[in-house]
Design a protein around this ligand. Sequence first.
Ligand code: ADP
Ligand code: ZN
Length: 431
Amino acid sequence: MYWNREIETAGRNEIEKLQLDRLNRAIEGASKTSYYGKIFRENGVNASGIKSIKELSLLPFTTKNDLRLSYPDGMVAVARGEIVRMHASSGTTGKPTVIFYTARDISEWADLVARCMTATGTTRDDVFQNMMSYGLFTGGLGLHYGAERLGAMVIPSATGNSLRQIQLIQDFRTSVIHITPSYSLHLVEVIEQNGINPCDLGIKKAYLGAEPYSEETRTKIENQWGLDAYNSYGLSEMNGPGVAFECENKDGMHVWEDFYIPEIINPDTGETLPDGEEGELVLTHINREAMPIIRYRTRDLTRIIPEPCGCGRTHRRIERIKGRTDDMLIVGGVNVFPSQIESVLMKFPEVGNNYQIVLDRQNNLDRINIKVELYSKMFHGELKELKALNQRLVEELRALIVVNPRIELLEPGSLPPSTGKAVRVIDNRKI
Ligand code: ADP
Ligand code: ZN
C-alpha cells in the first residue's frame, strides 16, 4: 500500500533529478541566512551552482554546535511572518537547538508521516494513540499531524498516566500506538499488574522510536503485546519523526530521499563512505523553506542498505541506529552529556577529583548511579552533613536529567584512577 506511489517507487535517475533541483533551492534559501551566508562566502559556495548530487560532498558540514551558535534564528531563511511553528530538540539542556517551519513545511511533513504510516499498512480506519510527549518535542505533534492527514482517528494521550492510557485503549479500541521502547516495556508491566493480558487489548501495530533500542527489544515488545513493531527514526533538526521509517518488511528504514539526501561518513575524517559501510549518518534537508540544513552531522551510527527492498519502494534504507558517535547518554528518554553531569558535580566544593556514571535498567526503567569521590575532610565530620550533601546533589542533578539519580559518596581513591582518557560512563543497560 502506497501513500504516493509515484514518488515512493520513482527510479534512481528521477530521484536524483528531483534531489538536485531541491538541493539547489535549499542552498539558495540557506544563503539568505546569516549563518550559511557567511559560511558559503568563506567556502566559495555558489547558490544554484551544484551540477550533480556528487558535488554535495564539497559543501561544509553543519553540526549541532553550529545550530547552537546560530541560536535563535541564524539559520532562518524566511521572513518572520512566514513562520508558523517552532520545535526544539528533546531534553537537551544548556542552549537548546530550535527548528522553525512555514505552513508549507508543516504540511509537507504531515504528508511524509502519512506516507510512513501507510507503508506499515495503517489506514484511515485505524485508531492511533500517540503516547509521545507533546510540546516542543517533535514526536508528539509530528505523528499527530501525519495521522490526521492520513485520516486515522488520533488519541493525543501523550506520555505517562499509564492507567488512563489503558482505559483509552480499551474504550476506543486503539489499533496503532506510538511509544518509546522503554515506556512500552514499562506500560506492559502496569497492564499486567492490573490483571490484563496486553495481547487481549487488540493493538495491531506500534511505532517505536526516539531512542536507540535493539532488535531483541523489538521482538520482546512484539511478543508482549502481540503486535508488529516498526522502527521510526527522526531528529528535530530534520523536522522530527518521518525521516526514515520501516515498511511492512521490517528490514531497515526507508530514508525519504525526496526530502533528505543521506550520506554516510567516516566520523573521524569526514570522508564519504560507499553504500553498505557503517559510519555517521549525514542528512541534508532539501524540502524545508523556513530552515534548510545542509549536511547535518547526526552523530548517529548506521549504514545504508544498498539492496532494493521487497516492498517496491526505491528509497534507500538505513539499518537500525547502532548508537551515537559522541558520548551523549539517553536516560529514560532524556539526553544528557557526561560533561553536564560533571559541571553540576564540580560546582560543589566538597566534590573531589573523580566520579563515574553507571547506568542500569531496573524494572525496565533506566537508573543512573553516580559515584562521586569527596575530599577526605568530608568523612571526618558529621554523617548528617554527608546526607545533606547527597540530597543537594540529587536535587541539582534531577533538575538536569529528570530521572532521580542515585548518588554514592566515596572516599578519595575509591574509583579506578585514569592514566589517559578517563572512563566516565559504564552502561550496564541491555537494550
Ligand atoms: P536531540 O537532538 O536532542 O537528541 P531529538 O529529539 O531530535 O533530540 O532526538 C533525535 C535523536 O534521537 C536522533 O539523532 C537519534 O540519536 C535518536 N533516535 C531517534 N529515533 C531513533 C531510533 N529509531 N533509533 C535510535 N535512535 C533514535
Ligand atoms: Zn520496503
